[in-house]
Design a protein around this ligand. Sequence first.
Ligand SMILES: NC(=O)c1ccc[n+]([C@@H]2O[C@H](COP(=O)([O-])OP(=O)(O)OC[C@H]3O[C@@H](n4cnc5c(N)ncnc54)[C@H](O)[C@@H]3O)[C@@H](O)[C@H]2O)c1
Length: 279
Amino acid sequence: MMSITKLKNKQVLVTGASSGIGYETAIAFARGGANLILVDINAEGLAAAAESVRTHGVECLTFRADVADPQAMADLAQEVSESVGALDVLVNNAGVGFIGTFIETPVEIWRRLLNINLMGVVNGCSVFLPKMREAAGPRHIVNVASAAGLAPTCNMSAYAASKHAVVGLTDSLAMELAGSEVRVTVVCPGIINTPIAHASSANVGKSITREQLDRLAEFYRTKGAHPRVVGEAIVDAVLSDRGLVLVGPFARLIYNLRRVSRSLLFRVLIADSRKMGWI
Ligand SMILES: NC(=O)c1ccc[n+]([C@@H]2O[C@H](COP(=O)([O-])OP(=O)(O)OC[C@H]3O[C@@H](n4cnc5c(N)ncnc54)[C@H](O)[C@@H]3O)[C@@H](O)[C@H]2O)c1
């Protein structure tokens, strides 16, 4: 079974491509000569991202779509198929966060996070996989989960649940497609310095204080990796056919701690959360 060996003229679709990890992933593929299809709910960001992608001398299409909307995703797949045929690489990256205790996470927030972070990935795989399977030659699906998909995360129960689900979904799909020409990768980034950590009333619970948010922002700013690191790791995973990508601060540490001892992992995470003033 061959994996993709060169990016030139490949068709790569990235969701959540207007910002952060999605944007840097698009740029990393463009640098290798791939053509890009950028998808995001934020149309302004899309136009700016497409402009930077095109400076690498590759083709770039943009589509405004909500990954959580199955009909919008089916329409997108139809348009993409008519424009460029079957995708070579699909990167399901779009995602949102919420910080707050479990008690302060309303059911609408649970729905929002599961709809975007989990069902967004489900929708992406559902609408693009059939044509990718039919087409001849190696193809690749990359789903962006998180280190929060491998271990518990204090004050982020909905986010952690959505990301654990993405890991479970992706690994199950990888098993199902083993032996086919479609490779599957789950990406678990640690702390990455992107706008996702910027607080707004839509993504923060009531009792989280300004001071806690400032400390979190400072933590992302000083300890977080640049999203470019994740984009490059995703390109590398496609070219070297890696099924699990642990990238950025703490991702590998958390993964290994969990394998060694669940109670040790909990002790370390609780101590860290106390130090951060989270609990
Ligand atoms: N930043 C981190 O520390 C980190 C760590 C692990 C995993 N991740 C994951 O990486 C992915 C990208 O996050 P980021 O940090 O680059 O965040 P970001 O906020 O910079 O980018 C997310 C992008 O997704 C888009 N988006 C949001 N909802 C959408 C929807 N319903 N449909 C289409 N597009 C939508 C946004 O407009 C934005 O452009 C997310 O899945 C996130 O959970 C981030």
